[in-house]
Design a protein around this ligand. Structure first.
Ligand code: PGA
Length: 244
């Protein structure tokens, strides 16, 4: 099923999140052939979970820590996320890699911890502008996949999001060829790890209601991870309900 995931990042208070949901539920209630999920901040998860009960919308966390419990001030464990009803977790977003020094080794531990706790994972990978300009895109993607997925044997709960860092929040969308090439490359790399699974590959980076159709029509694009354009319920619903 095609997957439409809203990453709200550090936006919305609980009240604002619930207002969004009130408006959003009726807009997408008739969508049955697509998977929809919202990733609010940790603080909103519990209330958003309550508000989404009985709907076709799933709950996603934006981050997780890999230990079960202990002296890790400020962190949240997979079990705690399960406890509030989370289905999915975003791991390795480029903003986490950049501002919080998350590397592939940490990301690998997080994926394993999610797997052990039955949480589905969206693993973000992507090159920076500098890396693309130096023709290092595929090398970077390969490294992120190999290191991120090292030692993982269960791929049933894994989705990859290709998010070129230079396209995130910039209004610059990767062009069709760039997306097509990257998704094909990722698909081929994934075959080495999980020949029997067809792992979904999402695109993320300045997705809007205006460019969604073009993006979804690209080969091997199984959905989108949407930041800015997902903050408004009408806009996000338009993205989900784009006309083929
Ligand atoms: P954007 O963010 O849609 O605002 O570019 C995407 C993301 O970071 O997942």
């Amino acid at each position: 099923m095609k997957f439409f995931l809203a990453n709200w990042k550090m936006h919305k208070t609980i009240g604002e999140a619930l207002e969004f949901i009130d408006e959003f539920i009726p807009l997408v209630k008739d969508v049955s052939n697509k998977e929809i999920a919202l990733a609010p901040t940790f603080l909103c998860l519990e209330k958003v979970h309550e508000a989404l009960k009985g709907t076709n919308i799933k709950l996603c966390a934006q981050n997780v820590f890999y230990e079960k419990q202990g002296a890790y001030t400020g962190e949240i464990s997979p079990l705690m996320l399960k406890d509030v009803g989370v289905d999915y977790v975003i791991v390795g977003h480029s903003e986490r890699r950049k501002y919080f020094q998350e590397n592939d080794e940490i990301i690998n531990k997080k994926i394993k911890a999610c797997n052990e706790n039955g949480l589905k994972v969206i693993i973000c990978i992507g090159e920076t502008l500098e890396e693309r300009q130096k023709n290092r895109t595929f090398e970077i993607l390969k490294k992120q996949i190999i290191r991120g997925l090292e030692g993982i044997s269960n791929f049933n709960n894994i989705t990859i999001a290709y998010e070129p860092v230079w396209a995130i929040g910039t209004g610059i969308v990767a062009n069709e060829l760039q997306i097509k090439e990257a998704h094909l490359f990722i698909k081929e790399q994934l075959k080495e790890f999980a020949p029997k699974n067809s792992i979904r590959i999402l695109y993320g980076g300045s997705v809007t209601a205006d460019n969604i159709k073009k993006i979804m029509n690209i080969e091997n694009v199984d959905g989108v991870l949407v930041g800015g354009a997902s903050l408004n319920p009408v806009n996000f619903a338009k993205i989900i309900k784009y006309e083929d």
